[in-house]
Design a protein around this ligand. Sequence first.
Ligand code: BGC
Length: 790
Amino acid sequence: MNQGKIEKIIDDLSLEAKASLCSGRGAWNTKAIKEAGIPGILMTDGPHGVRKVREDIDDPGIKDSYEATCYPTASGLAASWNLKLLNEVGVALGQEARAMGVKILLGPGANIKRSPLGGRNFEYFSEDPYLSGKLAAAYIRGVQGQGVGTSLKHFVANNQEFRRMSVNAEISERALREIYLKSFEIAVKEASPWSLMCAYNRVNGSYCSEHHRLLTEILREEWGFEGIVISDWGAVNDRVAGLKAGLELEMPGSQGIRDQEIVEAVKNKELTEEVLDEAVRRLIKTIFKTENQESQATDKAQDSNYNELAYRAAAESMILLKNEDILPLANQDRIAVIGEMADNLRRQGQGSSYVKPAELDDFLESLKKNHSDTTEITYDKGYSLDYDRAETPGRDQDQDYYQLIKAAKDNAAEAEAAIVFAGLPEEFEAEGQDRADLKLPENQEALINEIASVQANTIVVLTNGAPVEIPWQDKVAAILEGYLGGQSAGRAIADIITGKVNPSGKLAETFPAALEDTPAYLNFPGEKDRVLYGEDIYVGYRYYDKKEIEPAYHFGHGLSYTDFAYDKINIDHVSENHNSSIEEHSNNDRVNQNMDELIAQVSFTLTNTGTRTGREIAQLYISAKDSQVRRPVKELKDFEKVKLEPGQSEKLKFAITAGDLSYYEPEIANWLTEPGNYQVLIGSSSRDIRLRAEIKLSDSITAGESTRPDFNQNSTIGDIHQDQDAWQILQAEISDKPELQQFISFEDKEADIGIPNFLEYLPLRNLITFTGGQFTGEDIKRIVNRLNQK
Ligand code: BGC
């Protein structure tokens, strides 16, 4: 639809009609205005399947949706580190949504996993913003290439379920920019989602649904977002404030109540009609865009074997955490499968993302298929999932508890290997509720310990959407993290265990040894309506690295049935300017360049040195070791997943930009890349670094106008001294005062008054106090002005 037509529609709409467009009709649709030719459109959850709620039931619940393909949840998809796969899943979701008449799919979720206790962590990708952002972008491109919109959610800092609709997240500017906003920034800039869902919570005082800085200044003005902002379901606090801040659509609708508030605000001049018109303009554009699915589709539809894709996605999502030469299992005469979860597999989390699977596979059947008829496979329940439900009696009253363990133990002892399924029961991981601890249910832990005591070849398969503590890890021979693998999880697990599939997932989040070790331990989930992000930028591996804490399993870790060698690292500095040694640069020799500027190119060779075909995920981290500010020990800046045959090598190349080396400097309200040395680390995990190289940067680079904060009367003499030009200005101001020159000299040791750093930390204003009346307030003002004129 062209701009002229849209303007005509807006001109013809009454104030009331325009206001009514700013909220939904019921839970899932926007309002149609037939006279104006504006259709209503349907939105559904997301993210790992299409949850189209049935309209033929009077009061449908979360689980009353039409059947659809159920893919692994985001924790699992992220563990694949496979952008192509995420894109394929997106394409398939787009196709399925389109076939069901869905115009916007509510996902993906790009929130950062701040604490492993977060109730919705299974719906989010990673603790790392780069990985989260890249995966979200690949998914969005897939869905939208089919002419179906996405809604990137929940913007921003929706990192807990405790009081999620009212809590105020207190976050430093650096943590917000470098961690929590970063994943959204990458996805918005790379994939242009048609809509974005604002979070329930507040950030630094304002509700996200009425946060002008977030919804307009950052999202639209800085990042160039052109879609609409939709409120999370019930996230509106003050409708008029929301509209002014950049929130176009309230969901679900409020029976016209808040539309009326908009009308009144325009009438009493609290809100200008232009603001409303602008919201309506964006809404109409997006609605027409989604209406026209055929013409919006930019990608070819793929083969519609969704079940097979769900299987491939599950197989790539699983992580072999530990393997002491036991997996893959082959040619056993007798295998004991134990644990109710083997029979009743957990495949997804609870809440709005729940998908009614189109097909369901079965682990035991799949395992049997992979073995010859002579292999005897026994199954024991081992524990009861019911036991963990709150209403069930305590362990001592539970008659079954010991009997179940005993029966399983007998079979385990007689077999050549035992496969124990453990994980979090359904109630443990749900939207609306954080977890209380990281423990597996007690009956499952007891079972694992007992089985391991009689069977050296014990393999534990975990099904859970977020980390659990694994205190028994030394007692078992292998651990496979299966995550919540969707409808084809059973076959994927069986195929990995028997070697039909070589595992290739890696952790997109750290598995801590204990809850007390986790970054947000002291401040999660806060109290009343306040949560302090005290760990700041040290989230996930950034924290474990800095504190030198050994987690159970590192970020980026995951084993394969083959081995990979890394060698022949080479680094090419793209710009001569940036190759000169650090001694040559002058501190304030600042260059105003873009963060996309290519600084260096690194290449290396990856070889499959084992005997099986396998996939490796090579990871590139940057360490800013010369930084003047706090920086994480290392940060992920690129990765690639490569499939190699035995003996095959491939040369991989990564480009390193100024942005990859930068941090967010609140004083200049911008990204800043400092001069100095940077280490490039190439690893198989965040703690298994195989190759290193160095980049030398001679100039600083910033995304914005100026790299220098303004000076003021509290700038220290040390800060001024750091800046050559500023220092000269100050010297010129005191050129006729030799005593003063001596007083503020960093060279003249005579001037040392016996207090370390006295001058370094002395605010400019204190020249009034400490120079015997030689400086007045007026003098200080004049100097500050001159310093800022530079
Ligand atoms: C959730 C969203 C979801 C929406 C619609 C909300 O409670 O936070 O993620 O898309 O409901 O079901």
